[in-house]
Design a protein around this ligand. Structure first.
Ligand SMILES: *Cc1c(COP(=O)(O)O)cnc(C)c1O
Length: 444
């Protein structure tokens, strides 16, 4: 059966001169995609010129050869946007990553002796100094830290967790599932709103492997609520020869009230309360690369470090470099250079000129409106800070938001009612300038 006249042969399309700059495999795939995309219209009788297949195939080839993991401009007002890669690194941390990425690097090598060294010793020293922990270990992310901690401490035994902390962090990270995947049996205690120390004590027997606390980082239980005091929980666990594992989630090193936010328990406070292992993410409020921080007693951390899962969830040189550089900024009290804290420290007065500049560059109707920026990323549930946004009116907010998203460097905004809201809080001066330029050139 021959094709209808307006559907070209794949080979002929793939060898058109406009595709000559692409690898033959890319050109062939682009040609197939272009034909597949236009086929229905051609079969319906539409006369589609060959040039249209060519230009479609060129677009397909460009799409196939462009990077999909690429920088974006976040104007959503969500400081730690998981879809947009959570924390953006400080300039020094990004430079540290880039430097070791394109080079051989000192990762597990002792320069004094010329022998194999310890991959973790630099970040371990920094983490201990910053948090007061006796020992530290860094793994791929907080989810793997939880998996490793439970597997190493309580495999084959029971893990006691409050019903108010049976958290789903998002996607497939559900506390009950992770406990099961670690080879432990979950023992739920208390009620959704209230759990007492005696609930933990009553559930404990010779099969108990550990007590677990989990920060309900993506929701809040308000009203008639109670959770046992951390210190009392830790000391009662120790009386029974058990470890208390505290999955803190966000991993905050600074006092959040400084930024007008609600109090978030810091890593130091969780350790001081007596938890044997405190687990946290590197790319939430810490503002570093994706990583899982494990802090605690020498004995507990050593037990994890020698478990086979530790090797399976080991961090690479890029994470090491980015994390070390981020931690050094805290050590030097330069946390305002860390984008998370820089963004959260900006006041409405700081943001006003930026929101006005964005609003004024849109050729259509616009306004500057009060709104809220959210922390996001499973930190500080329900918490937000007041912000100012440019509100762009358009005949179709969805279409305008899409136009902003699909440019080579995506601009991600938020839609509220029939307006597109642009929150400047998380953007640099340069990014704001780029957005303004793009907006000013848009057709209404
Ligand atoms: C975010 C979070 C995790 C998962 O952290 P990742 O670094 O994303 O793996 C685990 N536990 C809590 C309480 C969290 O908030």
């Amino acid at each position: 059966m021959s094709s209808p006249p307006s559907i070209p042969q794949i080979d002929r399309l793939a060898s058109s001169p406009e595709l000559a700059g692409f690898a033959p495999t890319i050109a062939a795939k682009a040609a197939r995609l272009a034909v597949a995309g236009l086929r229905a219209r051609a079969l319906a009788g539409e006369e589609i010129p060959f040039e249209q297949f060519v230009s479609n195939a060129v677009e397909q080839a460009k799409g196939l050869t462009s990077l999909k993991t690429k920088p974006a401009i976040n104007l959503t007002g969500v400081v730690l946007h998981t879809g947009l890669g959570r924390a953006r690194l400080a300039d020094e941390a990004a430079a540290a990553v880039a430097a070791v990425a394109a080079s051989h690097a000192v990762v597990e090598f002792d320069l004094e002796s010329g022998q194999r060294g310890n991959r973790q010793s630099h970040v371990e020293d920094l983490l201990c100094e910053l948090t007061g922990a006796a020992a530290a270990l860094v793994v791929n992310n907080c989810a793997s830290a939880v998996l490793l901690a439970l597997s190493a401490v309580a495999r084959g035994r029971e893990v006691v967790l409050s019903r108010g902390q049976m958290v789903e962090i998002g996607g497939s990270f559900r506390m009950p599932d992770v406990i099961e995947a670690s080879g432990c049996r979950l023992v739920e205690v208390g009620c959704t709103n209230k759990t007492r120390l005696s609930d933990f004590e009553d559930a404990t027997n010779s099969d108990t492997g550990a007590w677990l606390k989990c920060h309900p980082s993506s929701y809040q239980i308000v009203g008639f609520t109670a959770q046992p005091d951390s210190e009392a929980l830790a000391s009662a666990a120790h009386d029974r020869g058990l470890m208390l594992i505290d999955d803190l989630g966000s991993g905050c090193l600074v006092d959040t009230t400084r930024f007008g936010l609600a109090k978030e328990r810091t890593l130091n406070e969780a350790l001081k309360a007596g938890a044997d292992l405190v687990l946290a993410s590197g790319d939430k409020l810490l503002g570093g690369p994706q990583a899982g921080l494990i802090l605690g007693s020498r004995e507990a951390v050593a037990q994890l470090a020698k478990h086979p899962i530790a090797r399976a969830v080991r961090i690479d040189k890029l994470t090491l470099a980015g994390l070390e550089a981020t931690l050094r900024l805290y050590l030097e009290q330069r946390e305002l250079e860390i984008p998370v804290w820089n963004a959260l420290s900006r006041t409405v007065d700081d943001l006003r000129p930026l929101a006005e500049k964005l609003a004024n560059s849109w050729p259509g109707d616009s306004d500057v409106v009060e709104s809220e920026s959210k922390i996001g990323g499973g930190s500080l549930p329900g918490l937000s800070v007041p912000t100012l946004c440019a509100s762009l009116k358009s005949s179709s907010a969805d279409r305008l938001a899409r136009t902003l998203r699909v440019r080579p460097k995506p601009i991600v905004a938020r839609i509220e009612g029939d307006s597109v809201l642009l929150d400047p809080r998380t953007a640099t001066e340069d990014e704001i300038g780029e957005v303004c330029q793009f907006l000013s050139e848009l057709e209404l």
